[in-house]
Structure formats: structure tokens, C-alpha cells
Write a protein that binds this ligand. Structure first.
Ligand code: ATP
Ligand code: MG
Ligand code: MG
Ligand code: MG
Length: 466
């Protein structure tokens, strides 16, 4: 079953259970300043869960584009983590609850996807007897494959929250870490978490009191790439049709073979993952910058460029990856194809910019690493870290990551201090040059009025366009 077929099958299944199927929301959250990027299927529906807004239908199903930078270090190292992934989800806003959520998820994976029942493991919250009864008595999961875990409780600050129940599939001993305590929940690749069912049944107040909600909700999330890897009998998400074409393309460009060395495989996987992230982020309106979501994009893009170098690719290569990604997503996200020329231009400019300084920056960093090694030290000073950022365009996380490869680290406090000092210098310089307003390139625009406010942080040029 292809990734596209799986996506459609899921949405059709929940449509048959009276769910309204909605397209994925943009990765850029709407009216939610607390969030940089959408990282879960439920995120666009927060106002429906809190009761702030009425949903168009009490049951909704989606396949949501998600970005999780928290997982960036895992990418390529586990078989199952991405920065960009798609989350399948069904939601109930004060409508159905645990019984339906549990029985439908089971029906979908065992009857429509034919996953083997005897390989499926269930986790529930320690105190969730109700979920236990449904899984055991109604669905028929044996007692020894239902595991109670303290951690299975979902909450972020005050607001709706509740216990959750996860479905895992045992991929076999040979996929495990081999440690004696390897079981469901182990961070290795043996027990693959495919679906999380969250039962939002409480409202938590500021003091930490939990009051049962009059209208209980369901929020579920299943990883499209993970389920595809199981259905396609692949050893990792990266080998499914949702990612593998990017690996094949990159391997060809680099002149390496996938599966030949663990080291080059990691780089190929990182590029495949980051290639999807950066394409879709730009398609959704993010631009590289030094702040907020633009910084997330810059960091991901520059990390991909570095892994290209590790593979021996010494010319710009990311814009071509946009073509491969656009092809993979031609059916669900045709807007990528529509905006392809624009996306490629943004990628190309950012890649060229970083390429211009990457080699010099690496030289500087490597010479410091050598000196540190010789003197038996393990911490790179903040000023050098800042120079790498400011002059050579190295996101500090990238410097940190390269240092970690040598069991070293960056002095973060020193880096932050250098950054602060630079900001202060820039502010002072601006104040000195109060009268010198630099007008940006405005070709094509007609300027009728220029105002400069010396009180403001930066020069404010007010343009009136004709
Ligand atoms: P894990 O424990 O494997 O990191 P999680 O518990 O953090 O996953 P949830 O927040 O429960 O994940 O998200 C719901 C589902 O989304 C997961 O069951 C999984 O199938 C999928 N998922 C979560 N994070 C990722 C990721 N980084 N890449 C791919 N799929 C993911
Ligand atoms: Mg996680
Ligand atoms: Mg988990
Ligand atoms: Mg989970």
C-alpha cells in the first residue's frame, strides 16, 4: 500500500464513521502566538477543544503536516523520527469518547490494514481502568499485552488534558537493542509506536486541580510514515515511498550507495528528511531568517547542506531535491508544484549564501577542535561560537552538533553573552548614525515619503506606494 493510498484509506474510514474530512492546515499556526509551527494534528483545533469556538462538525478527521524540531537529533539515527511528518488523526469535540476511539482504531488497523493482532501492544495510563476494560473485554487484547504506564497522561499547562493510550507494534527481537529490559516504551526500534489516543476528560486549573469535563474530547494521532513502513515491510520510514525517492536521488548525486555505510546512510536520511521539511515550510510561507520559524528553516536547511558536504557533494544540490519532494507530494499537496519555482529560488539563495562561508567556517572550527584536543579541553569558548554564527552563518546548534561528534561542547552562556554584546553594539551604532538612513533597494516602487524615527530601535522608512 502506498503512502497516498494509506492516507486516503484512513480518511475514508473515518468519513464512514461520520467524520468531516478537512485538508491539512498550514504549518504556520493561525492566531496562536504560543506556537512556532504545527507539531500535531490537534494543534489547529485548539479553540474547539477549549470550547472557545464551535467546530463545523463534532467529528473531524485530517492528515496534518507537522514539524517537530525536538526530534531533529533523532533523524536518521532512529528508524522512525522526522522533523517533517504527516499525522493522521480523528477528533471528537464533546461527541464520542473512549469506547469508539479505541474500537475504531483497532478496527482500522486490524481489519482494513490487516496488521497482525498478536504483534500489537497497548499502553494505557496507570489508573485508566475504563480503557483497560475496553481494550481487554471488548476488543479482546490479552492482559499481558496491555501495559500500564505513569507517563501516559497528556497535558500542556492548564486546560483540557487526560490519559492516553498508545498502540505499538512489535517488529521482532532482531530490531531491538537487545538489552534485558527492552520492552514497550524502550527508545530502540523494536516496539514501534504507531498511534496515540488521547482522552481529554479533565480540565486542569492554574493550581493543578483536575475537574472532569462536561464535554469530553478525543484527540488521536498516528504517524503516516511509520504505518507505511510496516505495511511496505521496510526497515525504516526512510525506505517507504514517502521518502526513498529522495534518498535514491541524493545517493546518485553523491555517488554513494544506500545501505553501504552507516555514516553515509545517516547523511542520506537527514537530507531526505530535511528536504521534505524545508520544501513544505517554504511552500507554507516560511522564509529563512535569524528568528522564530525562519530560524528553524535556516537551521534545517544549513544542516542539510552540511550533510551534503559530508557525502562529498560540493555543488548546490538542494533545489533539485525540491523537485523530488514536489513529485512525492503531487497528489496530496499540489500547491508545492504550483510554487516550485519560488521554493527553488529561496532554497538556492540560502544555499549559495551558506556555501560561501561553510568551508571557511569549518576550517576555523576544525582548527579550534584540534587545539582543544591537544590541550585536553572539551569546551569551545562562546566568542568563537559566536564568530561562527555571525561571520560564517553557523546556527549555534550546528556548531554544537559538530562539537558533539568530537565529545566536545559549546559554552552556551558565553555564546549568549557574545550575542548580547553584539546587539548592544549594533544599537549604539544605530544611535550614532541617527541621520544616515539607508534606503533599501526599492526598484519598481515609488517612494513619496521617508520618515525616520530616531527613538525607534531601527530606522523606519514609511513608503507610500503608487
Ligand atoms: P515517540 O515516542 O516515538 O517519539 P511520541 O509519543 O512523541 O512518539 P506523539 O506525540 O504521541 O508521538 O504523536 C502521535 C504519533 O505521531 C506517534 O504515535 C507517531 O506515530 C507519530 N510521530 C510522532 N513524532 C514523530 C516524528 N518525529 N516523526 C514521525 N512520526 C512521529
Ligand atoms: Mg516523541
Ligand atoms: Mg511516545
Ligand atoms: Mg505518543
Amino acid at each position: 500500500m502506498t503512502g497516498n493510498e494509506l492516507r486516503k484509506k484512513f480518511l475514508q474510514f473515518f468519513a464512514s464513521k461520520d467524520h468531516l474530512v478537512l485538508p491539512s492546515a498550514s504549518l504556520i499556526p493561525e492566531n496562536d502566538p504560543t506556537l512556532l509551527l504545527i507539531g500535531a494534528g490537534m494543534a489547529p483545533f485548539k479553540p474547539f477543544f477549549t470550547g472557545k469556538m464551535k467546530p463545523p462538525h463534532p467529528r473531524i478527521a485530517t492528515c496534518q503536516k507537522c514539524v517537530r524540531t525536538g526530534d531533529i537529533e533523532n533523524v536518521g539515527r532512529t528508524a522512525r523520527h522526522h522533523t517533517f511528518f504527516e499525522m493522521l488523526g480523528n477528533f471528537s469535540f464533546g461527541d464520542y469518547f473512549k469506547r469508539e476511539a479505541i474500537t475504531w482504531s483497532w478496527e482500522f488497523i486490524t481489519e482494513h490494514l490487516n496488521l497482525p493482532k498478536d504483534k500489537l501492544w497497548i499502553t494505557i495510563h496507570t489508573e485508566d481502568d475504563e480503557a483497560f476494560e475496553i481494550w481487554h473485554k471488548e476488543v479482546g487484547v490479552p492482559v499481558d499485552r496491555i501495559v500500564r504506564l505513569e507517563d501516559n497522561f497528556w497535558e500542556i499547562g492548564p486546560g483540557p488534558c487526560g490519559p492516553c493510550s498508545e498502540i505499538h507494534i512489535d517488529l521482532g527481537e532482531e530490531r531491538g537493542c537487545g538489552k534485558p529490559d527492552c520492552r514497550v516504551g524502550c527508545s530502540c526500534d523494536r516496539y514501534l509506536e504507531i498511534w496515540n489516543l488521547v482522552f481529554t476528560q479533565y480540565d486542569r486549573d492554574e493550581e493543578g486541580n483536575y475537574t472532569p469535563l462536561a464535554k469530553k474530547n478525543i484527540d488521536t494521532g498516528a504517524g503516516l510514515e511509520r504505518i507505511a513502513s510496516v505495511l511496505q515491510n521496510k526497515r525504516s520510514n526512510f525506505e517507504t515511498d514517502l521518502l526513498f525517492p529522495i534518498i535514491e536521488h541524493t545517493a546518485k548525486v553523491a555517488g554513494v550507495t544506500y545501505g553501504e555505510s552507516a555514516k553515509t546512510d545517516v547523511s542520506l536520511k537527514v537530507i531526505a528528511d530535511h528536504g521534505r521539511s524545508l520544501t513544505i515550510m517554504i511552500a507554507d510561507g516560511v522564509l529563512p531568517s535569524n528568528e522564530g520559524r525562519g530560524y528553524v528553516l535556516r537551521r534545517i536547511l544549513r544542516r542539510a547542506v552540511r550533510h551534503g558536504r559530508l557525502l562529498g557533494i560540493d555543488k548546490p544540490f538542494l533545489a533539485d531535491i525540491v523537485d523530488v519532494v514536489a513529485n512525492i507530494f503531487a497528489e496530496p499537496y499540489p500547491e508545492i508544484n504550483d510554487k516550485k519555482a519560488y521554493i527553488k529560488k529561496v532554497v538556492q539563495l540560502e544555499e549559495e549564501r551558506f556555501n560561501a562561508t561553510l568551508a571557511q567556517g569549518m576550517e576555523l572550527l576544525n582548527s579550534h577542535i584540534r587545539v582543544l584536543k591537544e590541550s585536553g579541553k572539551t569546551v569551545l569558548d562562546g566568542a568563537t561560537g559566536f564568530k561562527l554564527y555571525d561571520t560564517f552563518g553557523f546556527p549555534w546548534e550546528l556548531t554544537q552538533e559538530i562539537l558533539a561528534e568530537h565529545d566536545m561542547e559549546l559554552d552556551r552562556a558565553g555564546f549568549d553573552q557574545a550575542m548580547d554584546e553584539q546587539r548592544q553594539r549594533a544599537r549604539a551604532a544605530r544611535q550614532e548614525n541617527e541621520e544616515r538612513v539607508v534606503v533599501p533597494d526599492l526598484s519598481g516602487l515609488v517612494t513619496q515619503e521617508l520618515k525616520y524615527d530616531p527613538q525607534a530601535e531601527s530606522a523606519r522608512v514609511v513608503l507610500v506606494l503608487q
